[in-house]
Design a protein around this ligand. Structure first.
Ligand code: F6R
Length: 369
């Protein structure tokens, strides 16, 4: 049941710290070593993998886009992420050394299932990341890593997405651990940082009132744009998808670097543009680039909604609205940066009088191609 919340979506957003913690439970030991016994693909086979292909749809696809950054960084294996509905129609190059990671909350999405079948027919090993025990995709895969989000009732995916991210990080770090990479020490450090992310998600949830207020103030707008770089780009796409499906508004997520190649022409006076800012620590070149993107957008009259780490003062002069998130390693930031976007979409949809748990024209699991 809704446990006192006005909608399942609100309850599921609030459940996220637990969902994240539950998905990590029993999989990490005190020394920062991962134990993924359920990944029943022999370690020798995992060492022979020479390419990873991630397939998924919708929100799960956005998790898969983030997985690509994590897998390539921590394993140095080439990784591509593809929409499941496109995958088998382009005759993809797959063989016994390809690891296919199929991400699906329901485990019943027909596009993803057909892509899994195609991959296995070509001899690839398939690892499913799934939230529903015993569903079709895990049954047809070589192995499954379950997300422990618990049942997700609202049509728009929230807590399942965060746990898909956790599972993708686990797979990336596990591949790094099994195969051994030059990032060995970094992997153990990140495993420990990952185990602290549930608390970080909890902290974000405690600071969402200004986000709700902002959402209500934008209820009569027609368009909202989202931009990000690196892992902030899929986060921007996810923010836009949530707004489309719940608020029925025109929303688009762009890679910030692409703005000047076309989309910047959309910007006009007062247009809300949400910018996901990477950590100023670590890959600071990313941060510098985003700061100049915010300036460009603002110079053209946009109303900037800036999501930035606590302590990032450089963005302050260019933010019409500033949403703070806890400092995290760059690759893990989507776990906290997505939460305000979920709250934003849910509140905006409610302000527009929409039913958030059952958006029009959508079904919870899409069992047709
Ligand atoms: C968006 C949403 C959908 C699903 C997509 C895949 O909020 O819920 O985009 O993410 O239909 O569904 P699963 O993960 O069940 O394969």
């Amino acid at each position: 049941e809704k446990g006192g919340y006005a909608s399942f979506m609100l309850k599921e957003i609030a459940d996220q710290p637990k969902a994240v913690a539950d998905t990590l439970l029993g999989r990490i030991d005190g020394s920062g070593t991962l134990h993924l016994d359920e990944v029943r693909i022999a370690q020798t086979a995992l060492r022979e993998v020479d390419k990873v292909v991630v397939i998924a749809c919708g929100t799960a696809f956005h998790a898969g886009m983030i997985a690509k950054y994590a897998i390539e960084h921590w394993t140095r294996l080439p990784c591509e992420t593809e929409l499941a509905s496109e995958f088998r129609y382009r005759d993809p190059i797959l063989d016994q050394r390809t690891l296919v990671v199929a991400i699906s909350q329901s485990g019943e999405t027909m596009d993803t299932l057909m892509a899994v079948r195609h991959a296995r027919e070509q001899g690839a090993k398939v690892l499913a990341i799934c939230n529903t025990n015993g569903s079709t995709i895990p049954r047809e895969s070589d192995a499954v890593l379950y997300t422990h989000a618990g049942p997700e009732v609202a049509v728009a995916s929230t807590k399942a997405f965060l746990t898909q991210l956790v599972a993708c990080y686990l797979v990336a770090l596990y591949l790094g651990q099994v195969r051994g990479t030059k990032w060995g020490d970094e992997i153990r450090t990140v495993v420990r940082q990952l185990s602290e992310m549930s608390g970080a998600v909890e902290r974000v949830l405690g600071t969402m009132e200004p986000v709700r207020e902002l959402a209500r103030s934008l209820a009569t707008h027609d368009t909202v744009l989202f931009v990000g770089r690196h892992v902030g780009y899929p986060v921007a796409m996810e923010g836009a998808l949530k707004l489309k499906e719940l608020a029925y508004m025109h929303a688009e997520g762009f890679a910030a670097g692409e703005l000047k190649h076309g989309p910047i022409a959309l910007i006009e006076e007062g247009l809300p543009v949400v910018v996901i800012v990477p950590s100023p620590r670590g890959r600071s070149v990313l941060h510098d680039k985003i700061v100049s993107n915010i300036q460009e957008i603002r110079a053209r009259g946009a109303r900037t909604v800036v999501i930035a780490e606590e302590g990032d003062e450089e963005v302050v002069p260019y933010a019409d609205h500033l949403i703070r998130i806890p400092a995290t390693p760059t690759l893990l930031q989507p776990l906290v940066a997505t939460v305000p976007l979920q709250v934003f979409a849910c509140e905006l949809a409610t302000a527009r009088g929409n039913e958030v748990d059952q958006p029009r024209n959508l079904a919870k699991s899409v069992t047709v191609e």
